[in-house]
Design a protein around this ligand. Sequence first.
Ligand SMILES: [Mg+2]
Length: 120
Amino acid sequence: MSKRIMVVDDSRLVRVQLADLLEGTDYEIAAYCRSGEEAIAQYDEVNPDLVTMDIIMHGMDGLEASKIILKEHPDAKIVMLSSLAYDDTYEKAKEVGAKGFVDKPFHREQLLKVLGEVFC
Ligand SMILES: [Mg+2]
């Protein structure tokens, strides 16, 4: 059974890249959200196995959105997907309860490795 992923990113390019990279893998993209607000609103209905979360987005950032999702769904699996804007971003991601971190620009192997670690 493939794992269902909810992709949260305000960049259309990243959404397309992810779809491309995950093609033919054990992961399928169940939903795309363009903002943290949308992710929070969609989470219940989509009920994904994993969320990839951008950090820098218009409106609410990915750290805040993750915090809110994890408050309601403590077992949510969230992997941050971001270019490091600040040195303490890894730490903040860990603090809010993210299960992993993938740096942008990302590569297929790196992405699949981090996603795999979340499920083992
Ligand atoms: Mg962004």
